[in-house]
Design a protein around this ligand. Structure first.
Ligand code: NA7
Length: 519
């Protein structure tokens, strides 16, 4: 490892062409994951790094998404870095714009912005075994090199356009939820929304207040539980600011609740399915209270077990469907024509605005988000597809030295993404600490450690709702194309955190440039 104390330097690495810009580390992605990695590199004394992002500003998901109604769906007290609490959230579930401001605040406070390079699309990365570094290729032809590569490209970052016949021929306005056009006036429009996932649940009630007619095309209904939301009174915010321990206590209480829900309802469904059934009953009662029409209720009721898909929270989603100008369409879509949508039974609904709340390509294009070629030419995406989706502790992969892949199979621990980020920061701390102790600069996880981790994940998931519940009808993105639920780590947040700080150091081999050292 070559910790530097000065600002980002441009210097050649061993065995590279001197005109290539070299850094100790390159982080791809300026969202909360990439920023967490940057903060950790600084703490480790590795100050020569750049953060590349294809967008024009930082924030990742919270920069790209700004559709009407956007809000966090984990209470903000938990959905934030534990070491950087924000006492000023306006609501229990903060609106999206506040998350973006929080990201900006973190970038300023931790001096990350000067490391960021926007409008920079990475097309691929290749490990150079002679030089012991990564060559990172940018659209436009430039190549940077780095000793360490950290991919923080997000899980839900490649917007999905549905493969519906005729979607490209629609003559009206098409808006994807992840590319909202605020200049487009929705007033008086005849609009359709495709998609009833977490985004649809937030967006549909907002759209209904603006358009003249709204038809919602639902392929799979979603479980919705009440949202215990509301403004945080100013005196409480002041208390959080003056006495941070009070906000920490609120965080612990809320996090414990979410943990209990995940532990019983999702991970230990076999032993504690009553937890999941309780959540399902709550969602059914919520629907019964808000929708009186039994036929509409039937259409809105999922046929899969609670927990197979990420549950959603809303108080205004169900009532929206009782409004006279809002129509729920459950017949499947046959095709889209220039002026409307035709369902399988031959009915056509004429529209002028098509809103795609169709989510993101996860397994197809996001694992990994760019081409990554490791040692001996191993292609990460191909290898995952030819074998199984896997990553040791959800962060490193054999044959890919000095790569930290933050958005990997089994990385996601608990419901708040910040738990995953902070566990990975801990993993970095332990791993880089060992590199330093050994005077090494290259790490690679062993095949044995990776195999054992995958086997453990597979065993532990056997008790989860994904294998014990009825998940077939859910069409959940938790499942990969092999039919494995390889996204969530079957562990409590505490266990994941503990393991990130105590994994066996011999699970890695370590080397210094040109001098292999024993693992
Ligand atoms: P999701 O949860 O993936 O939801 C996408 C929705 O779009 C879902 O209802 C899909 O139905 C629907 N969809 C996608 N393609 C089609 C086609 N071809 N035809 C009909 N319907 C389609 O994405 P979101 O953006 O809502 O939420 C993503 C995350 O953001 C969420 O998990 C939270 O973490 C926050 P399907 O269910 O596949 O039948």
């Amino acid at each position: 490892m070559t910790p530097t104390s000065g600002p980002s330097a441009v210097k050649p690495a061993l065995g590279t062409e001197p005109d290539r810009e070299h850094h100790d580390a390159i982080i791809i992605g300026a969202g909360f994951g990439g920023m967490g990695a940057g903060i950790q590199l600084d703490r480790l004394g590795i100050r020569d790094y750049v953060i590349l992002d294809r967008e024009d500003d930082l924030g990742g998901t919270w920069h790209v998404n700004h559709y009407p109604g956007l809000a966090v769906d984990i209470a903000s007290v938990t959905y934030s870095y534990s070491f950087e609490p924000n006492p000023y959230w306006s609501r229990l579930f903060a609106p999206g714009a506040e998350l973006k401001r929080y990201a900006q605040h973190v970038a300023e406070k931790y001096d990350l912005r000067r490391r960021m390079r926007f409008g920079t699309t990475v097309t691929g990365a290749r490990w150079d075994d002679d030089a012991h570094h990564w060559a990172v290729h940018l659209a436009g032809g430039e190549t940077l090199t780095a000793t360490y590569l950290i991919t923080a490209t997000g899980f839900l970052s490649q917007p999905k356009k549905p493969d519906i016949d005729g979607v490209d021929d629609f003559a009206g306005k098409v808006i994807h939820s992840a590319d909202w056009d605020h200049d487009y006036d929705l007033t008086g429009r005849r609009a359709a929304v495709i998609g009833t996932g977490a985004t649809g649940v937030q967006l549909i009630p907002e759209l209904a207040t603006r358009v003249a007619e709204l038809t919602v095309y639902q392929r799979t209904p979603i479980w919705v539980v009440p949202k215990l939301d509301g403004p945080i009174p100013r005196p409480l915010r002041r208390l959080f600011a003056r006495l941070p321990i009070t906000q920490r206590a609120a965080r612990v209480a809320n996090s414990a609740l979410l943990e209990a829900l995940t532990f019983t309802g999702v991970l230990h469904y076999r032993q504690a399915r009553l937890g999941a059934l309780g959540a399902e009953l709550l969602a059914r009662a919520h629907l019964r209270r808000q929708v009186k029409d039994p036929e509409l209720r039937r259409k809105l009721t999922p046929r899969y077990s609670f927990g197979c898909k990420r549950p959603t929270f809303s108080n205004d989603y169900f009532p929206t469907f009782t409004r006279p100008h809002v129509h729920l369409e459950t017949e499947s879509i046959a095709r889209i024509e220039p002026d409307g949508i035709v369902t399988a039974d031959g009915r056509k609904t004429e529209i002028d605005t098509l809103v795609l709340a169709t989510g993101f390509d996860l397994w197809e294009t996001n694992f990994p988000a760019i081409e990554i070629i490791g040692r001996e030419g191993r292609d990460l995406g191909k290898w995952w597809r030819d074998t199984r989706f896997q990553a040791y502790e959800g962060i490193t992969v054999p044959h890919f030295p000095n790569l930290l892949s933050l958005n990997s199979p089994y990385a996601y621990t608990g419901l708040s993404y910040f738990w995953t980020i902070e566990a990975q920061m801990r993993h970095m701390e332990r791993l880089f600490g060992e590199l330093r102790r050994r005077g090494a600069d290259t790490f690679e996880v062993t095949k044995e450690a990776n195999d054992a981790f995958l086997a453990r994940m597979t065993d532990d998931l056997a008790d989860s709702v994904f294998y014990q519940g009825n998940c077939g009808p859910a069409r959940s993105y938790y499942f990969n194309p092999h039919g494995e639920a390889a996204l969530l780590r079957p562990a409590t947040v505490l266990a994941g955190r503990r393991e990130a700080g105590s994994f066996p150091l011999d699970d890695y081999t370590y080397a210094a440039r040109h001098t292999e050292t024993a693992g």
